[in-house]
Design a protein around this ligand. Structure first.
Ligand SMILES: Cc1cc2nc3c(=O)[nH]c(=O)nc-3n(C[C@H](O)[C@H](O)[C@H](O)COP(=O)(O)OP(=O)(O)OC[C@H]3O[C@@H](n4cnc5c(N)ncnc54)[C@H](O)[C@@H]3O)c2cc1C
Length: 412
């Protein structure tokens, strides 16, 4: 089959469907390879975190990573499946854990996160009615909460210190381990599957081909010809690479080197425990775990394990650790004997080498755009990313802070 389109988006996760929804007035097509690659965007924790405006590569991350690696159940880990090429990504990430990196990307990330949050609210998706809580349990909890709150006020992000008794009054299911809470005034939660479905449906004319894997891309008379493994041929004026953890593989089809690595995370979902209000999505700062209400369910997620992009294996041990960590903060029932009752799941975060996403045109390849590398915050950045890509495609203004996120920053 041979078809034509104005804009072809490679990858139909949350970033792909968000971009398609922002270009709803155009002729847009998405191809997605389907299972087993598809799915990270609909099974994640659904936190929309304006508070996460700092890039993941920042001072303190190396020390935190090393500390975590020394513990068998640390939140950060290397998998045995990690490809050899990962060493250059790791070296580059370590080099980028600097104050300069933070100053370079924070303004653009904050602006995109705020745009995203606003557009997500107006998309009509169901969101939690109460903001997210960051919860502290260590003996230094009070100091940690104060420092965190000062950090947010420095960035101009709304936050509020909540004392322990007030937190317990609002959420009686918190355990006595909880010592301090910071309310993140601009953050909220949602069901990522509902957001994905809603955005996919925004443009009724959107052509979405599932189970089509881009296998070759060739320039052709000022356009691009994309061939899929099933033999479909698509001619497009613009190509957006939104292939998550596989964006490096897709970029290579055009000779572009995209520094991306897959970071596996786990989640479990349980019926909302009795006596839990769970009005608030929560981030457990010391346990490096997040929980979020999804209707009658509570979802918990954790772990950042660098691995191969085909590795979505589920280890029973990790599921237990995740549940036990969440149980430090919330009064949960005993872990079921049959772990399948927890609906265990893994997804792959597309992690960039400087902890900030790659969003913008690819130098020297007119009409080719990257929208990838969103790491821990792809849902949160979804519609902000889409708004920026659509302004690039329409030749509209882009701010210097947004320009910092463009792929111009790495050589290919
Ligand atoms: C446990 C966990 C919890 C998380 N919690 C949150 C959270 O609370 N908030 C938040 O903002 N983010 C969260 N994230 C991160 C978020 O899920 C990701 O950043 C986001 O899903 C990335 O979206 P994407 O569209 O770039 O990638 P993906 O969802 O991976 O989509 C990429 C798509 O490209 C397709 N594809 C790949 N190769 C090809 C090819 N050659 N041709 C065609 N199609 C191809 C795949 O099938 C896939 O569907 C979490 C992630 C995990 C794992």
């Amino acid at each position: 089959m041979s078809v034509r389109t104005n804009t072809l988006i490679i990858g139909g996760g949350i970033i792909g469907v968000s971009i398609a929804s922002s270009l709803a007035d155009r002729d847009v097509m998405i191809i997605d390879s389907g299972e087993p690659r598809f799915g990270t965007s609909i099974g994640n924790a659904g936190h929309v975190v304006v508070s996460h405006a700092q890039p993941f590569a920042a001072p303190g991350m190396i020390a935190m990573g090393v500390k975590s690696l020394l513990h068998a159940d640390g939140a950060f880990a290397f998998s045995a499946h990690l490809p050899l090429q990962a060493t250059s990504w790791i070296a580059s990430f370590m080099r980028n854990c600097t104050r300069r990196n933070v100053e370079k990307f924070t303004p653009g990330l904050l602006s995109l996160l705020r745009t995203s949050a606003e557009l997500i609210h107006s998309s009509g998706v169901t969101t939690t009615s109460t903001p997210t809580w960051e919860v502290f349990t260590s003996h230094k909890a009070a100091d940690q909460a104060r420092v965190e709150s000062e950090h947010f006020s420095h960035l101009g992000i709304r936050s509020l210190l909540i004392n322990r008794s007030e937190a317990l009054e609002q959420e009686p299911s918190l355990t006595p381990q909880v010592k301090a809470v910071v309310e993140l005034g601009e953050d909220f939660g949602l069901d990522p599957r509902e957001l994905w479905q809603r955005l996919r449906a925004t443009n009724p004319d959107l052509v979405f081909h599932s189970h089509e894997l881009a296998a070759a891309i060739a320039p052709s008379k000022g356009r691009y010809l994309v061939t899929t493994t099933s033999g479909m041929q698509i001619t497009a004026e613009n190509i957006v690479i939104a292939a998550g953890s596989w964006s490096g593989e897709v970029g290579a089809l055009l000779g572009i080197k995209v520094p991306i690595i897959a970071a596996k995370g786990y989640s479990v979902s349980v019926p909302m425990p009795k006596g839990t209000n769970s009005l608030h999505p929560m981030i457990f700062a010391d346990e490096k775990t997040a929980t979020g209400p999804l209707g009658d369910y509570l979802r918990m997620s954790a772990r950042f394990e660098l691995t191969h992009p085909n590795d979505r294996s589920i280890k029973e041990k990790r599921i237990r650790q995740l549940y036990e960590r969440a149980a430090t903060v919330l009064n949960l029932p005993l872990i079921p004997t049959n772990l399948a009752e927890l609906s265990p799941w893994t997804g792959l975060r597309p992690a960039s080498a400087d902890g900030a996403p790659y969003i913008g045109p690819v130098p020297d390849l007119p009409g080719v755009y990257l929208a990838t590398g969103h790491g821990l915050i792809g849902t949160a950045l979804s519609l902000g990313t889409a708004d920026l890509i659509s302004r690039y495609i329409r030749d509209q203004a882009v701010t210097p802070a947004e320009l910092a996120l463009s792929p111009r920053r790495f050589r290919h």
